[in-house]
Design a protein around this ligand. Structure first.
Ligand code: ZN
Length: 440
């Protein structure tokens, strides 16, 4: 590509870091990046190798670090107001905090909360987010309207449940409202904003869904090409209830298998207590997993066996699972993953701790891969889409030592364990700035 011949280029001089593979991170201290008007990188490299000076509009040395935008693959938008309510396991916590919060997620509340939530995502460096809404079609539509305005890459779906629902409707009418609402929302929003918005058919979990609802959800996803998202095997009491509700299924995954919900575009939250049969069925179907370590610690659910998923080739990304997880921050999610797995090392049955490079990959390129975007999103590299975030690293090391003077592995480690002190300066999706703290 002849960069010099291109018009309307944008460029930065800054340090940058990206995943290049699951175990490898590339860091350049004095770097430059340039992208074109289509929002794709045309140059990512050393300052000394920059293609031309005219495009480099900004110089962000010495404390700013450009990273790929984070891809968070599991969270609940209406639950954000009830984050950090600790001391309960999953099922009582849902009843006490979550169902009331979702029930209250009316159209007028969605109109106020959705834009503020997307702003919070940006403040946390998240450019891609996979979200559940509430059971309300109008509120979910409103969340899509503001997702379009936000500029972010959003996958979203109306929560489906026809059992234990907080709706005043009968189970049969809950089922009809879930299917018909999802059909209309999917028709309106799946692939909207040039593909930046996509729909996820979203049965809550087997505890809250009849087999008929799950089967109809699977048909809708197949007919439309939408994603499917749900929760799988998060908590031992949940497992007991599912076994009681679906005695004909071989295990929890078997319920979703019978409903036709497994497949390449299916994303399972948690997947903690899987047996070998379940892992092999998930792998064969191409289903993906959202690993939510901060939520799993917070709700005392357990620790997902990432190495067992790796062993059979199941792809996984990271999710903050707000409000199961107390914070949106991808740094906090990576830190929780490290601590959760580190705490199991004494148990000889358990695998080793994932490297920080692996966790960084899962939080960026791995999350994009879970959504089928591995060839275009999640890395700083030529021809990749410019979903990127510029962090000010001042104050992350004690006594204001300059972080970017350190080696790449020390920089990544510092950010994982002290990242809350780094600040998002600017965030781009598809090359368009959609958040900036920088004043000209
Ligand atoms: Zn969840």
């Amino acid at each position: 590509m002849n960069v010099a011949s291109q018009k309307n280029l944008t460029g930065l001089r800054c340090a940058w870091m990206t995943s290049v593979s699951e175990e490898e991170v590339l860091f350049v201290k004095d770097g430059a990046v340039v992208w074109d008007e289509t929002g794709h990188f045309v140059f990512v490299g050393e300052w000394g190798h920059r293609p031309l000076d005219e495009a480099i509009a900004w110089d962000h040395r010495p404390e700013s670090l450009l990273l790929p935008g984070f891809a968070d693959v599991h969270a609940h938008l209406p639950q954000y107001p009830v984050v950090a309510r600790a001391g309960h396991e999953l099922l009582p916590w849902l009843n006490r905090f979550v169902f009331p919060a979702e029930k209250a997620f009316s159209l007028s509340r969605a109109r106020i909360h959705a834009p503020r939530f997307y702003q919070e995502l940006k403040r946390n460096g998240i450019t891609t987010s996979v979200l559940f809404s509430s059971i309300h079609e109008d509120s979910t539509h409103e969340c899509f309207v503001h997702a379009e305005d936000s500029g972010l890459r959003i996958v979203l779906g109306q929560m489906m449940m026809d059992r234990l629902s907080y709706s005043a409707l009968s189970p049969a009418r809950c089922l009809a409202a879930a299917i018909e609402g999802s059909e209309r929302l999917c028709a309106r929003w799946h692939g909207a904003a040039d593909g930046r918005l996509r729909y996820a058919v979203s049965p809550r979990f087997a505890v809250a869904c009849s087999m008929e609802l799950m089967e109809k959800a699977a048909v809708l996803a197949r007919q439309t090409g939408a994603f499917i998202q749900t929760h799988l095997s998060e908590n031992r009491e949940e497992l007991r209830v599912v076994a009681e509700l679906f005695p004909g299924a071989p295990d929890y995954t078997g319920v979703y298998e019978q409903a036709g919900l497994l497949g390449e575009r299916t994303l399972m939250g948690h997947a903690i207590y899987l047996n070998a049969r379940e892992r092999s069925v998930l792998a064969a179907s191409g289903s993906k997993v959202a690993h939510c370590p901060s939520s799993n610690l917070f709700l005392q659910s357990g620790v997902m066996d990432w190495a067992a998923l790796d062993a059979v080739g199941i792809r996984w990304g990271l999710g903050n699972d707000v409000a199961g997880g107390p914070e949106l921050s991808p740094w906090e999610v990576m830190k929780a993953a490290f601590y959760a797995h580190a705490s199991r090392v004494a148990d000889k049955e358990r695998p080793a701790v994932p490297s920080l490079a692996r966790l960084f990959h899962a939080a960026t390129a791995g999350g994009a891969a879970v959504l089928g975007n591995e060839a275009t999103v999640g890395k700083l590299a030529p021809d990749y889409v410019v979903d990127a975030v510029l962090w000010n690293t001042t104050g992350t090391l004690p006594y204001d030592e300059p972080l970017l003077e350190r080696a790449a592995d020390e920089i990544l480690s510092t950010l994982v364990f002290r990242g809350s002190q780094a600040k998002v300066e600017q965030l781009w999706v598809q090359g368009k700035s959609c958040h900036s703290r920088i004043t000209a």
